[in-house]
Ligand binder design. Structure first.
Ligand code: GRG
Length: 307
């Protein structure tokens, strides 16, 4: 069993439980809470919260209840993006994770509103992450504010939303067919930005006392390295998704990277991102003796396998 598999079997049920608990009280209307829960609690891999927690564990830090809660906020954003992505105006998918998509199950207007509520709810999750039971392990209010700011940046018009704008252009006959545009203006913001957030959030949550310890410069270098790691991982993840969907994309006339440069060159590009991510882990392990790279190496190694 890999270290990641063991970590997942410990933390996946806790992530699910946290999501379930927060979604149960997500709305004053229990029918609407149920629709929100339907969108989230339907078998996702929970890759993004798992990455945040894995980074915290890689620095040998304890995963407190507040850290667990913050880590799940990105899953609300991810779930909203899938609900809206499935809508007729976007990808028009009737199924998600083997079940009717939210609009197929509840109607289009409801799905738009479920997405809206999940996106706004994510920021409620971050800002209410501290629990009164474990006050001594609470996260400073300024840190929660910074994490909210970073999440909104990576999810919104500088991140996932603008990546989706690019992706929609790529579904049309006048698609740009330009590799750099596809990588930098579509894949990086659409897919890699949220994974970048997950990784940097894990780094920030691992170094909550560093300002007091007078090691701000080292910490900010570490945080940037983790952001880069998450983005490289996200780019490799997206290219692998393209390779897996090559035939389907052909049918739907979507120009993904393998269509532009061929399967072999796309696989090499994926490997370049993976190599760069491994180099980041090497640098982190050299600079930081408490950092154990094994878990994050496992994240990279499963690209191409069923995660
Ligand atoms: C609607 C603003 C807006 C954005 C949508 C995420 C997204 C952007 C579109 C989904 C389509 C897609 C193929 C995205 C690429 C990234 C990807 C493979 C997402 C699926 O993520 P997983 O594999 O999904 O983590 P699960 O189901 O495990 O959560």
């Amino acid at each position: 069993m890999t270290k990641l598999a063991a970590f997942q079997s410990e933390w996946l049920p806790k992530i699910e439980q946290q999501l379930k608990q927060d979604l149960a009280v997500a709305s004053r209307d229990s029918d609407f809470s149920e629709m929100m829960a339907y969108a989230v609690l339907n078998g996702g891999k929970r890759l993004r919260p798992m990455l945040t927690l894995a980074v915290v564990a890689s620095f040998g830090q304890k995963i407190t209840p507040s850290i667990l809660k913050v880590a799940t906020a990105v899953e609300w954003v991810h779930a909203y993006s899938l609900v809206h992505d499935d809508l007729p105006a976007m990808d028009n998918d009737l199924f998600r994770r083997g079940k009717p998509s939210v609009h197929a199950q509840y109607g289009e207007a409801e799905a738009i509103l479920v997405g809206d509520a999940l996106l706004t709810g994510a920021f409620h999750v971050v800002s209410s992450a501290n629990s009164t039971d474990t006050e001594n392990e609470n996260i400073a209010a300024e840190e929660l504010l910074l994490l909210s700011q970073m999440l909104s940046y990576q999810a919104g018009a500088f991140g996932m939303v603008i990546g989706q704008v690019g992706d929609m252009k790529n579904h049309r006959p006048e698609a740009k067919n330009d590799v750099n545009w596809l990588l930098n203006d579509v894949y990086a913001p659409k897919t890699a930005a949220l994974l970048g957030f997950s990784a940097i959030a894990g780094s920030r949550l691992s170094h909550l006392n560093s300002v007091a310890d007078n090691c701000e410069i080292a910490t900010s270098t570490t945080n940037s390295a983790l952001l880069t790691f998450g983005i490289d991982f996200g780019m490799a993840f997206q290219i692998q998704d393209d390779l897996d969907d090559f035939d389907q994309d052909n049918v739907e006339k979507i120009t993904s990277l393998p269509h532009l440069i061929g399967i072999k060159a796309a696989s090499e590009k994926r490997d370049e991102y993976l190599t760069h991510a491994r180099q980041t882990l090497t640098d982190l392990a050299t600079q930081n003796l408490t950092f154990d790279r094994t878990l994050l190496d496992d994240f990279l190694n499963v690209i191409g396998d069923d995660i």
